[in-house]
Design a protein around this ligand. Structure first.
Ligand SMILES: Cc1ncc(COP(=O)(O)O)c(C=O)c1O
Length: 340
């Protein structure tokens, strides 16, 4: 597969910005090159390629640094993918629905048509339907989200693999919630599939949503194009350090993740006893999708009690998405729901 052929002509021709840190890469010396303020602690521009953070990730995930791209949250990775591969007003992308809303927003911002194929009744991919689009030569990118938001389930790997084998464009596999799922990430598949980009984030299981650090794992060429297009200093020094610190404390990560998963089970048990709930969807994530008789009313009733859940009625009829909180928060929610 020739990745260059999928890239927009203007990006192929682009002469990227060369920052002061691109031109002199060392850390020792007296710096007069970037018009920085000589005083202070945050006065210097950060490493544009986040090498310390990538080193840590490389060790943890057993993957080469050249296969890692760091974004300002995975939302930036979604946007950059459109900018690298999709010619506005001409090329197309495809995703399924319901899924994470930013694929559509980013497609609209970039003036790229987004085909949305509905999921089947079991929230799995409708491969027959997707198949009809795979040979469209303007279809450049497919976004798959597994585990999916807001439905909470993992997609069947054999379906992902089918698309990877057949599709001649880029497949973005959004694994924002993979750490909560009882399964392996697909990032080990990037060697086998040059068109696969696996996107992960520090915003969920790593507990760093405020820091805005997303990670793409992909073949070297894709990473090079993302680097070519990204703003030079896309991830701040503070954010890089926050992610490095988290990676240095894997025990804390594991403990919190285990706690969240235990709390999820307890929350599900409590929800199962509530008459107002018609259905609890299986979850491979840190949230639970429930179906009730009237989601709008439940949402408003909970807001009145200063409890904020996510009303997903417009995506999945009468469904509410509940993120697992601390033991205390969950108890508060359960009590409030039992009083309705
Ligand atoms: C599936 C999915 N992908 C990506 C994101 C955004 O992640 P980030 O905070 O890394 O931009 C979210 C956030 O809710 C999400 O649900």
């Amino acid at each position: 597969m020739n990745i260059d052929k999928l890239v927009r002509q203007n990006i192929l021709n682009l002469k990227p910005y060369s920052s002061a840190r691109d031109e002199f890469k060392g850390s020792e010396g007296m710096f007069f090159d970037a018009n920085e303020n000589p005083y202070g602690k945050l006065n210097r521009y950060p490493d544009p390629y986040q090498n310390d953070l990538k080193n840590k990730l490389s060790q943890l995930k057993n993957i080469a640094i050249e296969n890692i791209f760091i974004g300002n949250g995975s939302d930036e990775i979604i946007d950059l993918t459109f900018r690298v591969f999709c010619e506005p007003g001409k090329d197309k992308a495809l995703t399924f629905s319901p899924s994470y809303g930013m694929y559509e927003v980013s497609a609209n911002i970039n003036n790229v048509e987004l085909i949305k194929v509905p999921l089947k009744w079991d929230f799995q991919l409708d491969i027959e339907e997707i198949d009809t689009y795979l040979h469209d030569e303007n279809l450049k990118v497919i976004f798959l989200c597994s585990p999916n938001n807001p439905t909470g389930n993992l997609l069947n790997f054999k379906d992902i693999e089918y698309i990877l084998k057949k599709f001649q464009g880029i497949l973005i596999l959004d694994e924002a919630y993979i750490d909560f799922a009882n399964t392996e990430s697909c990032l080990s598949k990037i060697d086998q599939f040059p068109n696969l980009l696996v996107s992960q984030t520090f915003s969920k299981a790593w507990g760093l949503a405020a820091a805005r650090v997303g990670v793409a794992y992909a073949n070297k060429q894709i990473v090079q194009y993302l680097n070519k297009v990204k703003p030079p200093y896309n991830v701040s020094q503070i954010n890089q350090q926050a992610a490095i610190k988290a990676l240095e404390n894997i025990e804390d990560f594991e403990t919190k993740k285990t706690d969240i998963l235990k709390e999820k089970d307890k929350l599900i048990s409590a929800l199962q006893k509530m008459d107002i709930i018609q259905r609890i969807y299986p979850s491979d994530t840190n949230f639970i999708l429930i179906q009730v008789e009237n989601a709008n009313k439940l949402y408003d009733d909970l807001v009145d009690k200063e409890i904020i859940v996510r009303n997903r009625d417009k995506l999945v009829r009468n469904c509410i998405r509940i993120t697992v909180g601390t033991a205390e928060e969950n108890q508060f929610l359960i009590k409030a729901m039992n009083q309705l």
